[in-house]
Design a protein around this ligand. Structure first.
Ligand SMILES: C[S@@+](CC[C@H](N)C(=O)[O-])C[C@H]1O[C@@H](n2cnc3c(N)ncnc32)[C@H](O)[C@@H]1O
Length: 347
């Protein structure tokens, strides 16, 4: 089975705020002037806008020349008609309004049931046949599993009985990348994963790799649960865990979601086929990803591009409130009701 690992080499071109800015406009706002094309990276997005601007400038130069002198260097014509021009002008006008956000104040705390309770409910109601957890720490969530399980964490410190009703539980004291390099969960458990909880290193490229590696071991109707993707302030969303510069604005000092919120954006952008539902579990949300496609190669093939595209994006620039609004969060208590749960998951 093909596994994805950390990128072998960094990309040569550096991505600036301008690239990200134009990429977000092109990718998410889908301005009319872009037509059907969608740039696949910030660099390409910026190049596209640059080309439009250059075409306009050339057109203006050309129309100022006497008739017969409109051919530009290289003999190429730049026929920018009024329709294209007005679309482009609109995009330039829309740009700053759409992408510069001042909504950086904390959003209300999430008050739904805690993620340990959500996981326990999923185990109870879905009765998965197999379970994999990345990032187990003291085993709080692993404890709830009742089926054959795999647990991975480089420095777990289990201080309680985690075996419960599980017939087998395989513990791997190693980073998840190393685990997937060496082991195949399907071989270890004898069948695909039904339920997985990804709660390892809170950096978006790590979570993305964990997702890619786990999805490949799932069925279409398996469930992948992501934790900590809903930071309610910018302190929680800092990438560097040691950075305490925004501590004054948080209600959870010491809390850390890292930048795994970007993984949700990447999944949305690159895998519209996935069903991604977010729930208001205290304190940093849970995301259920379903309608999986274990055969999909999209994220594997576009991994470097995806990571590079989102590298410079901060939650401040994207807009904390905008991100939260876009999640359209659901009531986590609905996950405790089998009838409502059936809307999201079938097993
Ligand atoms: C937030 S804790 C997990 C908590 C646990 N799931 C729970 O809810 O009780 C995150 C864990 O991820 C582990 N971790 C860090 N880097 C990791 C990696 N590369 N692969 C797997 N786990 C990792 C840490 O050691 C830590 O124990």
């Amino acid at each position: 089975m093909h596994r994805i690992g950390p990128p072998a080499a960094a990309i040569g071109t550096s991505v600036t705020a301008k690239h990200i800015h134009t990429y977000i406009i092109c990718q998410y706002m889908q301005p009319a002037w872009l037509g059907r094309s969608r740039p696949r990276s910030p660099i390409r997005a910026a190049a596209l806008v640059d080309r439009q601007v250059a075409a306009q400038a050339a057109h203006r130069r050309a129309v100022r020349r006497p008739v017969g002198a409109r051919r530009l260097t290289g003999g190429r014509r730049f026929p920018v008609d009024a329709r294209v021009r007005s679309c482009h002008d609109r995009a330039i006008m829309e740009g700053p309004r759409m992408s510069i956000t001042a909504d950086t104040a904390p959003v209300p705390m999430l008050t739904g049931p805690r993620h340990e309770e959500v996981l326990a409910a999923l185990h109870q109601l879905l009765t998965p046949r197999t379970y994999l957890e990345i990032g187990i720490e003291q085993g709080q969530t692993l404890r709830a599993a009742r089926c054959p399980s795999i647990a991975i964490d480089p420095v777990f410190s289990i201080d309680q009985s985690i075996i419960g009703e599980k017939p087998e539980c395989l513990l791997y004291r190693m980073p998840s990348d190393r685990f997937f390099d060496k082991h195949d969960p399907v071989t270890l458990l004898g069948e695909q994963l039904d339920l997985a909880f990804l709660d390892g290193l809170h950096l978006y490229e790590f979570l993305l790799r964990d997702f890619i590696n786990v999805e490949a071991c799932c069925r279409r109707n398996s469930v992948i649960v992501l934790h900590d993707c809903v930071p309610t302030d910018l302190y929680l969303a800092r990438r560097d865990r040691q950075d305490e510069s925004l501590r004054a604005q948080t209600r959870i000092p010491g809390g850390w979601c890292g930048d795994v919120w970007k993984t949700v954006l990447i999944l949305r952008a690159y895998r519209p086929d996935l069903r991604i539902e977010t729930f208001d579990s205290a304190y940093t949300g849970v995301v259920l990803v379903t309608n999986l496609d274990p055969e999909s190669q999209v994220l594997t093939e576009r991994y470097v591009e995806a990571v590079e595209s989102f590298a410079e994006l901060s939650l401040q620039d994207y807009g904390l409130h905008r991100y939260i609004d876009e999640l359209a969060m659901r009531d986590a208590r609905s996950l405790f009701d089998p009838v409502q749960l059936a809307r999201y998951v079938w097993m």
